[in-house]
Design a protein around this ligand. Structure first.
Ligand SMILES: CC(C)(COP(=O)(O)OP(=O)(O)OC[C@H]1O[C@@H](n2cnc3c(N)ncnc32)[C@H](O)[C@@H]1OP(=O)(O)O)[C@@H](O)C(=O)NCCC(=O)NCCS
Length: 177
């Protein structure tokens, strides 16, 4: 006899159409489906993840971020199908140019693009986290040619660094205005 069971996920935020949860052990296939897809890495010079081991490494990092900082990137699903992860979005606390900042992240499977999900998830993650970390600015590092991502960052209120600063990989720093 097989026993159907589901692992309860820790909910971070619920928005109109989406539910954001903490990444957890067992998400490795969803991680790989999204990060191993060449389409979701078109602007990433490192290319897509090559195997489940790379996805596991990234997942371990996401889980560790939550354990250490009580904030981090979230798994995103629709409220209609909460067991199906369609993307990742959220905030990672780190030091950029000697300042503690959040990095805003979003990566969704292509079938979920064009519906406003990434914007909705990013807003929900920021609404949940920013009041708990007053004064920590939101930034994002985006390649100049990644126009879909830069458009989204703009819609969320981030602007390219006026001094044109880039990170060590040449990605443009964007910051909440
Ligand atoms: C960046 C990325 C998340 C953007 O996804 P997206 O679906 O275009 O972004 P949004 O969630 O803001 O959706 C907006 C689009 O949905 C449309 N839309 C449809 N229904 C909508 C609704 N109810 N509300 C808002 N927008 C809606 C909008 O018209 C808009 O389309 P447009 O961009 O053609 O004008 C996606 O391209 C992606 O995952 N890329 C690969 C990963 C990546 O590059 N990440 C960034 C690394 S820096």
């Amino acid at each position: 006899m097989t026993t159907a069971h589901s692992t309860a996920r820790t909910i971070v935020a619920v928005s109109e159409r989406l539910v954001l949860t903490q990444p957890q052990e067992g998400d490795v296939e969803a991680m790989f489906a999204i990060h191993g897809d060449p389409e979701t890495n078109r602007y990433n010079p490192h290319g897509p993840q090559r195997d489940l081991a790379q996805a596991q490494e990234m997942l371990d990092g996401f889980v560790a971020d939550w354990a250490r900082d009580a904030v981090g990137y979230c798994a995103v699903a629709t409220r209609e199908e909460p067991e199906v992860i369609i993307g990742y979005a959220g905030l990672y606390l780190y030091t950029l140019f000697d300042e503690q900042v959040f990095n805003l992240y979003y990566r969704f499977r292509p079938s979920a693009w064009g519906k406003g999900y990434a914007a909705e998830a990013a807003r929900a993650a920021m609404a949940e986290a920013l009041p708990r970390f007053p004064g920590v600015p939101v930034t994002a590092r985006i390649r100049a040619n990644n126009l879909p991502s830069r458009r989204l960052a703009g819609r969320l209120g981030l602007v390219a660094d006026p001094e044109g600063r880039v990170d060590d990989e040449g990605q443009l720093i964007h910051r909440m205005a």
